[in-house]
Design a protein around this ligand. Structure first.
Ligand code: PEP
Length: 249
């Protein structure tokens, strides 16, 4: 039995004051929710406020990105050990917005995965095709490349620390969700890739989240799929009521 995970990715939203206000409203709404891991990924500047606000709860805090180096001349970057020191337990790596706007390649994703694991963070690694890749029938080819190249050089024990998020780019922030069946099909494909690259046992216990316009009204259908172990939520995680409704699916 794989434990569900509901993770919120706030992207470039919320000040520290807004973060504190969110947690004030959110905490009582999920205080009895023990059926899943709850993760919130605020922007770097609000991590300390989120960690402080989440103290004494089961909510854990994630970074939205982290550098592959531990320290050095990398202006504007935040290292994985810095995220740990700030109180994060996990980190999102290879989000499609990082790939699209900041030139992140599978090789960079691989280096970040290694750095995150070495620092003791749980990586949430994102893969997913865009509309043209899906239309051209290249979804599996693309996912296979992102998975295998991202995981290159990682060991089985490394993989056991990772959460995989399938996020079709055409469904992110568009209001278009993949049907539960489409998502489950790709999740099953990812599990076969994991079995081939690592072991069938590790593939069976890997937690694979779906992301792309997840909302309170579609989370149940998604979670009813055996292959879907949770959700990575963008827009709907910004509102305490809608995110708690997703957590309490
Ligand atoms: C995301 O950015 O990871 C995401 C899934 O966004 P949204 O839920 O807004 O589509």
């Amino acid at each position: 039995m794989r434990r569900p995970v509901i993770a919120g990715n706030w992207k470039m939203h919320k000040t520290q004051a807004e973060t504190r206000a969110f947690f004030e409203e959110f905490k009582p709404l999920v205080s009895a929710s023990r059926h899943c891991d709850i993760i919130v990924a605020p922007p770097f500047t609000a991590i300390a406020a989120a960690v402080d606000a989440a103290k004494g709860t089961l909510i854990s805090i994630a970074g939205q990105d982290g550098c592959w180096e531990r320290a050095g001349a990398f202006t504007g970057e935040i290292s994985m050990p810095m995220l740990i020191e700030a109180g994060c337990q996990s980190v999102i790596i290879g989000h499609s917005e990082r790939r699209k706007y900041f030139g992140e390649t599978d090789a960079i994703v691989n280096r970040k995965l290694k750095a995150a694991i070495e620092a003791g963070l749980q990586p949430i690694v994102c893969v997913g095709e865009d509309q043209s890749e899906r239309d051209a029938g290249h979804t599996e080819q693309l996912i296979e490349r992102q998975f295998n190249d991202g995981m290159a050089t990682l060991t089985g024990p490394d993989f056991s620390r990772i959460l995989v998020a399938y996020e079709p780019v055409w469904a992110i922030g568009t209001g278009r969700t993949a049907t539960p069946e489409i998502a489950a099909e790709v999740h099953a494909f990812l599990r076969r890739l994991a079995a081939k690259r690592f072991t069938p046992g590790l593939a069976a216990s890997a937690r694979i989240l779906y992301g792309g316009s997840v909302k309170p009204d579609n989370i149940r259908g998604l979670m009813a799929q055996e292959e879907i172990d949770g959700a990575l939520v963008g827009g709907a995680s910004l509102d305490a009521r809608s995110f708690s409704a997703i957590v309490n699916f």
